[in-house]
Design a protein around this ligand. Sequence first.
Ligand code: ZN
Length: 346
Amino acid sequence: MTKNSLSMEKNNQIKHQIDKWLLPKVENKNQKKPILQLAERVLQNYKKKTGNLNPPINLNDLGECLDIKAKQILLSKNISSSALLIPIEGGFKIELKNEDKLHHNYRTRYSCAHEMAHTFFYKMEDGSVPFRAVPSGSDYEESLCDIAAAELLMPKEVFETASDKIITKYGNSLNALIKLKETFKTSLQSISIKAINNGWEDYLIAKWNPILDNKTIIRFEKEWEFSKKVKITMPKKVYKTEPIFEIFEEMWNRPGEKISKYNYEKDFYPEGINTKVMLLNDGYLTKLSFLIMVPIGEYLKALQYSDLSNEHSKEEILLNFIFEKKASKRQKLTVTKEKKDLVDFM
Ligand SMILES: [Zn+2]
């Protein structure tokens, strides 16, 4: 009993901190520690309940480990958003869009974990209907719930072990990323962010979709990208004649090594940089898309950005595989260096 009330008190402290941060006009919006602490506490309860944190996390069990429980999790055909959190007597009902069976659609699982994180922003008195502790609709709360959802589905405690094991077997590859996604049964986007932040810091991972006109690809558009090391970004749109277009086009026509029923991976070496590309087609031609994984360090070396941690950390670099412009810079640098050596020698 004493233990329980103590942990409740601790919990209230964390909540109080979040409440303060959610107030309008609060400047410091980069703190994610309290929300992670709340997620970790839920995971501790889960571990007590199920005996371990082995992936994939069971959402029904997880719902029972929340401070204010998710009493019902169900699929619904008639909802406009991907998920809804509905306060009911003594807890919550979570409705998820009926895209697929709960435990088979990874994006639905992520939406469910995100709604569970919203429960942290509610209060409940004596088993009545929970009410909001802070006003709803803040973008900041949304981003905190994304952080918590990622932790709930991919607990840090088990992620690194799983990642090491998979990398040992498959190397740092897109295949390894897909294997991680299947292990944790979460979305490709969330597993990519998690990977970049936990051991895959040297890579940029991006997803691209082809835009078709009359059954011909006319360009590719970037859906998302993640990288950590420097401010490095790929162009938003890629048209024909650009090197990335050629890479994707080749992948489209000659897919490479078959990884699973719908996924093919292939290595490309523009300027000797080992770039991995995966064709994802999910069984539908119209849903066809690409993943690209670029080793940032090697890419920057090819552009002669030797000191990427300091000198270029503030510079925004467009990663497009067009090297001509930077090649002249490289030459210039070499000449300068030789001259300097000569002076030193003399
Ligand atoms: Zn939300």
